[in-house]
Design a protein around this ligand. Structure first.
Ligand code: NAD
Ligand code: UGA
Length: 456
C-alpha cells in the first residue's frame, strides 16, 4: 500500500532482529518493517502465537503491529527490493575452524547476506550493520556491495546494546543509540536518515553519531568492559571465601562510589550468554592481528577468570560433598544464562552440569523457561537415568543430596525451603551460584550452605 513513508527490512529474525524491528514498527506506524530470515521455522513462529524467543512485553507489541506495519517473511528478495534501509542482524559466531578458530568472528553469514542484497537490489540502499562485527567490517561490506552491483550503497554501523530479558525496555528507553557512518556528504545523510528514525522516541542527546570504526569498536569495548566488571568482582569473591569478607558487602561498598557505580557487580558462578565471550575473543583476535599482544592478553584474562570461576564452583560442590558426588542426586535450579530468558547459549549451567555428570552424579534440572529439548541438546543427549528435566522445582529437589542454583530466577527466592528440606537426603547442601537465597534462613532450617564470595 502507499501510505507508508519509508520501508525498512532486516535480515535475521533472531534475538536482536526480532525485538529491534518490532519496537521500530511500534514507534513508527508509518514505516513498513519487514523482518526476514532463511529459517522458515523461525518466521512461522514469529507469525504464530508462540514467538521463537521469550522477552517480557514483546508478545503484546508484536500482536499490536503484526500485519499492519510489521511483517515476518522468508521472501528476502521482495523485502530487500522495496526497502530503503536494510538492517543486517545475522549471527556472527566465533569461528570453529580455520584461521582464527576459537577466537575470530565467523563472518560468512554476514558476507552472504551482503552478496545477496547486492545481487537483487534495484536501486541505492542504506545497509545497516546491526550484528556485532570486528572493526573494519563495514569496509569489507562496502567492497562486496560495490563489486556486485551498479548501485550506490552506504554502510552504517548501528550496534545493538540490548540485553536479553530486558530487550523491550532497553529498546524503548536506551541509554544511547549509536550510529556510525562515513564522514562524507552521502555518509552523513545516511547517518541522519537512520538517526531520525530513532529520534522519534529516543531523546536527541542520546542518539550518538560517530565515524564507522568508532561505532564498530564501541560495541566490542562496551561488552568487554561489562564482562570485565563481572570477572573483577568474581576474582574478589574467591578472596572473600578465604578471608571472611562478604563479596556482596564489598560490592556495595565499592559500588556507592559514583566513579565505580553499583551495576554489574553481582558475583556469580560466571557470566554466560551468546556475546560476552564471543565479543571479547573477537577483540583479542583483532589486537593480536594488529600486533598488540599486550592488549590482547589484558582482555583475554577476563575470559580466563570466568572459566576459572565456573570450574571453581563445580569443584567446590564436589569437595563440600565429601569429595564424591557419584550416585548422588543433585537438583539444578535454573539452566538459562540469566533470568527472564529461555536462552542457554554459553550458560555456566552447561559447564557445571557436565562436570557433575563426569563425576557420576544424577541431575534433575528445573528451569521455568528453557525447554527440555534445549537442555538435552546442550548436554549432548545424556541418558535419562543420568539427567532428568522436571517441570517443578519441588519435584526436582525431592530425594536430592544437594541443590545448585545456577540462574537467578525470582521464583527460586520464594520456594518453601522447609518443605524441600524434608524431601531431601541428609545432610542437605545448597550451592547458591547467584547469591539470591536467604542463607541465614536456609542454615536455620538445617541446610549446609555455600555461596559465592561468602564464608559461613
Ligand atoms: P540469532 O542467531 O538469534 O539470529 C540470527 C538469525 O539470522 C538466525 O535466525 C539466522 O537464521 C538468520 N540468518 C543468517 N543468515 C541470514 C541471511 N543471509 N538472511 C537472512 N537471515 C539470515 O542471533 P542474535 O542473538 O539475534 O544476534 C545477531 C547479532 O547481534 C550477532 O552479531 C550478535 O553478536 C549481535 N547481538 C546480540 C545480542 C543478544 O542479546 N543476543 C545483543 C546485541 C548484539
Ligand atoms: C549483554 C550486554 O549487557 C548487552 O548490553 C549487549 O547488547 C549484549 O550482551 C550483547 O551484545 O549480546 P546479555 O548477554 O543479554 O547482554 O545479558 P547480561 O545482563 O549482560 O548478562 C550476561 C551474563 O553476565 C549473564 O550470565 C549474567 O548472569 C551475568 N552477570 C551479569 C553477572 O554474573 N553479574 C552481573 O553483575 C551482571
Amino acid at each position: 500500500s502507499t501510505e507508508f513513508t519509508c520501508r525498512i527490512c532486516c535480515l535475521g529474525a533472531g534475538y536482536v532482529g526480532g525485538p529491534t524491528m518490532t519496537v521500530i514498527a511500534k514507534m513508527c506506524p508509518d514505516i513498513k518493517v519487514t523482518v526476514c530470515d532463511l529459517s522458515e521455522r523461525r518466521i512461522a513462529a514469529w507469525n504464530s502465537k508462540s514467538l521463537p524467543i521469550y522477552e517480557p512485553g514483546l508478545q503484546e507489541i508484536v500482536e499490536g503491529a503484526r500485519g499492519k506495519n510489521l511483517f515476518f517473511s522468508t521472501d528476502i528478495d521482495a523485502a530487500v527490493r522495496e526497502a530503503d534501509i536494510i538492517f543486517v542482524s545475522v549471527n556472527t559466531p566465533t569461528k570453529k575452524s580455520g584461521i582464527g578458530a576459537g577466537q575470530a568472528a565467523d563472518l560468512q553469514y554476514w558476507e552472504l547476506a551482503g552478496r545477496h542484497i547486492a545481487s537483487i537490489a534495484e536501486g541505492p540502499k542504506i545497509i545497516v550493520e546491526k550484528s556485532t562485527v570486528p572493526v573494519k567490517t563495514a569496509a569489507a561490506m562496502a567492497r562486496v556491495l560495490e563489486s556486485n552491483s551498479k548501485f550506490a550503497f552506504e554502510v552504517l554501523s548501528n550496534p545493538e546494546f540490548l540485553a536479553e530479558g530486558t530487550a523491550v525496555e532497553d529498546l524503548l528507553r536506551p541509554d544511547r543509540v549509536l550510529v556510525g557512518g562515513e564522514q562524507t556528504p552521502a555518509g552523513l545523510a545516511a547517518i541522519d536518515k537512520l538517526a531520525n528514525i530513532y529520534r522519534r522516541w529516543v531523546p536527541t542527546e542520546k542518539v550518538l553519531t560517530t565515524n564507522l570504526w568508532s561505532a564498530e569498536l564501541s560495541k566490542l569495548t562496551a561488552n568487554a568492559f561489562l564482562a570485565q566488571r563481572i570477572s573483577s568482582i568474581n576474582s574478589i569473591s574467591a578472596l572473600c571465601e578465604n578471608t571472611g569478607a562478604d563479596v556482596d558487602e564489598v560490592a556495595h561498598a565499592i559500588g556507592v562510589d559514583s566513579r565505580i557505580g553499583p551495576k554489574f557487580l553481582r558475583a556469580s558462578v560466571g557470566f554466560g550468554g551468546s556475546c560476552f565471550q564471543k565479543d571479547i575473543l573477537n577483540l583479542v583476535y583483532l589486537c593480536r592481528s594488529f600486533g598488540l599482544p599486550e592488549v590482547a592478553n589484558y582482555w583475554e584474562a577476563v575470559i580466563t577468570m570466568n572459566n576459572w570461576q565456573k570450574q571453581r564452583f563445580a569443584e567446590k560442590m564436589v569437595s563440600a560433598m565429601f569429595n564424591t558426588v557419584s550416585g548422588k542426586k543433585i537438583a539444578v535450579l535454573g539452566f538459562a544464562f540469566k533470568k527472564d530468558t529461555g536462552d542457554t547459549r554459553e550458560t555456566p549451567a552447561i559447564h557445571v552440569c557436565e562436570q557433575m555428570i563426569k563425576e557420576g552424579a544424577a541431575l534433575s534440572i528445573y528451569d521455568p523457561k528453557v525447554t527440555v529439548e534445549q537442555m538435552n541438546y546442550d548436554l549432548g543427549s545424556p541418558s535419562p537415568d543420568k539427567v532428568c528435566m522436571e517441570q517443578d522445582a519441588y519435584v526436582a529437589c525431592a530425594g536430592a543430596h544437594a541443590i545448585a542454583v545456577l540462574t537467578e530466577w525470582d521464583e527460586f527466592k520464594t520456594l518453601d525451603y522447609s518443605r524441600i528440606y524434608t524431601s531431601m537426603v541428609k545432610p542437605c547442601f545448597v550451592f547458591d551460584g547467584r547469591n539470591i537465597l536467604d542463607h541465614a534462613k536456609l542454615r536455620q532450617i538445617g541446610f549446609q550452605v555455600f555461596a559465592i564470595g561468602k564464608s559461613f
